[in-house]
Design a binder for this molecule. Structure first.
Ligand SMILES: [Zn+2]
Length: 246
């Protein structure tokens, strides 16, 4: 399955659960991966130490993958990088603080020369295939806790990652409610892919990821701007509720 003249979204893992965020956007024959996280299995999956999302869907289509964009440096967003980045064979993109931690991981794994890591200045828009994007700083419990605003020929996506509205954050330069409202008013199609969303898959080898990504329900609906965005909450856009990811 190749994305056509449309905007697709698929969570291979993460959204709705703590851990292993791996999200895909599709448009014009190309896929963009946002985050490559893992989770620690101690509570939900006793006996396993590390839990990864099943990446088979995208590994089979890696020639159409344009890159992996990392939102921030928490393990549930970058933890799987040393395990999968070389196999995916595309550059990683991150803001400076996140990139430094990712570089440490790659070095530890002996992959620093094998994996291309590109540092993106916070405000600098960048383009990967049909996806044009920029980071948007949000308050979070780690430096450079970013959201992403992704523009495609088929609409704009506001991908939050983990975040909160905080007027007085310990770290980070937060977006204001007004900035977020402006994005919503400009017609962002998806608000709040992140910890508080619905759906997502857990564990290794979960066949549902293939079903979720191969279905037709992941098309984002035009005009489905979420009320959640306007009020600044991190909930999932209605377009995704009841779809393949619910
Ligand atoms: Zn986080």
């Amino acid at each position: 399955m190749k994305p056509g003249k449309e905007l697709l979204f698929c969570a291979l893992g993460g959204s709705g659960e703590i851990g292993m965020n791996v999200n895909l956007y599709g448009a014009d024959g190309k896929w963009l991966m946002v985050d490559l996280g893992m989770t620690f299995g101690a509570n939900e999956y006793p006996g396993t130490e590390l839990v990864f999302a099943d990446l088979e869907f995208i590994e089979e289509r890696k020639k159409d993958l344009v890159g992996v964009v990392l939102t921030h440096a928490h393990e549930d967003h970058i933890g799987a990088v040393p395990y999968f980045a070389q196999e995916l064979g595309v550059p990683l993109y991150a803001t400076p603080f996140t990139a430094r931690l990712v570089a440490d991981k790659l070095q530890e794994a002996g992959l620093l020369k094998e994996v291309q890591l590109k540092v993106i200045d916070h405000l600098e828009p960048f383009q990967l295939g049909p996806f044009s994007m920029r980071y948007l700083p949000l308050a979070h419990s780690i430096a450079e806790g970013n959201a992403l605003v992704i523009e495609t020929p088929y609409g704009r996506v506001f991908h939050t990652g983990d975040w909160k509205l905080d007027d007085d954050p310990l770290v980070g330069v937060p977006a204001t409610a007004a900035e977020l409202t402006a994005i919503g008013d400009q017609g962002a199609q998806l608000i709040g892919v992140g910890r508080r969303g619905t759906g997502g898959l857990a564990g290794r080898g979960w066949p549902a990821s293939r079903q979720a990504c191969a279905g037709h329900d992941l098309r984002l609906q035009r005009g489905a701007t979420a009320d959640a965005g306007r009020s600044g909450r991190g909930d999932q856009a209605p377009a995704l509720r009841g779809g393949a990811l619910a």
